[in-house]
Design a protein around this ligand. Structure first.
Ligand code: ATP
Ligand code: MG
Length: 459
């Protein structure tokens, strides 16, 4: 059954029906026990009264009718039976009927019926005078009244329970409709959003603060994130196309120029060198985009044991020549005796450190310093890359890790950067369950801090 409201109501009503039936069974059992108990009390009381008033003279039982008035008004009837089994005399309506069949054994009670089929409750007890047994008495109480009472209750339950269940179905459907109405609105709106392919629409529901409104808010929050992600994707494609168009344009111009008229070998050499640098630039961009996509897809899982001090030494060494040509002091500070290892992807981590050191060198004027520090405590491993460079304006800090973001577009483009280095860096750090933060003072220098949880260390 696909309809939630019908399923809800059916389940509720089924549970209610079971509870009501159980309640009815308990109620009827209780009433029947109580009725039987009361009849037994009446029969015992009547037996005691009768025993007190019956006398015997010879073989004749003597009872004055006045003394059995109470018994008769109660509706009790009794047969007195002599010791030899012969019927003695009767009290009340017993005179109209023979002694019923199936009389219970002495001092016991059971239900039975009169000769005409009327249901009765029987009590067989001894008739005594002091310690002498004079015979036995069989007392009977008609069950008609009690049975009628029980059948009235059964009738009331038989009518009442289906009525209650019908009301529950009606009420349940009404409530379920009311409660689920916003879900239908949410579904319709969501369908409209997906069919219009318009992620800027939102569910605009005026709901009390309940589960459904929380669902709507969650849905809206999800749309916010989706819209943002789509915007980023579109921006990325636009930026990437833009970045590729420039070198392609140069390449096309160089080619047209080269082919426009015959040129000597030296000029052609120069033109081809320019074209090669454009191709290199495009290759670099595509490599960076691929690297970013790879990290974001999580295709290269961090699963090597990487000795960070050695890796950093290697990267610093690779950049040493470049630092020296720019007269920048590039130093690595790490506690030499401590073996700091991280579970990660060595190639990606090397790229992280290269990107940061490259930036440090690129954005630090000649004569400056780039300093790398490595340390760890019980919780985390920290890598710091600080430079004494140009620094970054505070308003730019929050955009630094965005794809294709450059603080100073013109200068960064000149220096060959695409603004992808830090985006790749952050993606790799996050894939390693780490965090990257930046602090900077314009004109004074910048520090990038990487923190990796030590819990990811191999033991
Ligand atoms: P590439 O894609 O080649 O790395 P990029 O270096 O320009 O190009 P990012 O590394 O992402 O790109 O850096 C983004 C921007 O942040 C840079 O353009 C630069 O303006 C700024 N930046 C990054 N590192 C520093 C730094 N150490 N000092 C000053 N500015 C920096
Ligand atoms: Mg960079």
């Amino acid at each position: 059954m696909n309809n939630l409201r019908v399923r809800l109501v059916l389940w509720t009503v089924a549970l209610e029906a079971i509870s009501l039936l159980l309640f009815s069974v308990i109620l009827i059992t209780f009433i029947q026990r109580r009725e039987t108990g009361q009849i037994e009390d009446i029969l015992r009381l009547s037996a005691a009264e009768l025993n007190a008033v019956v006398d015997i003279q010879g073989s004749q039982y003597i009872v004055s009718p006045q003394e059995t008035t109470d018994l008769r008004t109660r509706g009790v009837m009794a047969w007195i039976i002599a010791l030899d089994g012969q019927p003695g005399f009767t009290v009340g309506n017993a005179e109209m009927y023979p002694l019923p069949n199936h009389v219970p054994p002495l001092e016991e009670m059971r239900s039975g019926e009169l000769a005409n089929g009327t249901p009765i409750y029987l009590f067989n007890t001894a008739l005594t005078k002091g310690s002498r047994q004079l015979g036995s008495m069989v007392l009977a109480f008609p069950l008609a009244e009690s049975r009628r009472f029980v059948s009235h209750i059964l009738l009331a339950l038989g009518i009442g329970i289906p009525l209650i269940l019908l009301l529950s179905i009606g009420g349940g459907l009404f409530l379920a409709n009311r409660a689920l109405a916003p879900v239908a609105v949410i579904t319709k709106t969501a369908q409209r959003i997906s069919s219009a392919d318009d992620l800027s629409r939102r569910l605009d529901l005026n709901l009390p603060d309940d589960e459904i409104s929380r669902l709507a808010h969650t849905f809206n929050a999800m749309l916010d994130r989706l819209e943002l992600a789509f915007q980023h994707e579109r921006q990325f494609t636009a930026d990437a196309s833009h970045e590729l168009r420039t070198p392609l344009g140069f390449l096309k111009t160089q080619l047209s120029l080269a082919r426009s008229r015959p040129r000597n070998a030296v000029v052609l050499q120069k033109m081809m060198a320019d074209m090669e640098s454009d191709v290199d630039r495009m290759t670099h961009l595509i490599e960076q985009m691929l690297a970013l996509a790879q990290v974001e897809q999580g295709s290269a899982a961090p699963c090597d044991v990487v000795a960070l001090a050695q890796l950093l030494q290697q990267v610093v060494q690779d950049f040493q020549t470049r630092a020296q040509t720019r007269n920048i002091t590039l130093t690595l500070n790490c506690p030499s005796r401590i073996d700091i290892r991280l579970m990660g992807n060595a190639e990606q981590l090397q790229q992280v450190f290269s990107n940061l050191i490259e930036n440090g060198l690129k954005y630090t004027p000649e004569g400056g310093e780039v300093d790398i520090g490595l340390g760890r405590n019980r919780q985390q491993i920290t890598v710091r890359v600080s430079d004494s460079g140009i620094g970054i304006q505070p308003e730019a800090l929050s955009h630094l890790f965005e794809r294709f973001y450059r603080v100073d577009d013109a200068r960064a483009r000149q220096s060959g950067g695409f603004g992808l280095g830090l985006a790749i860096t952050r993606a790799i750090v996050q894939a390693h369950h780490g965090r990257i933060t930046v602090t900077s003072t314009p004109g004074n220098g910048t520090t990038f801090t990487l923190q990796f949880p030590a819990a990811f260390l191999p033991s």
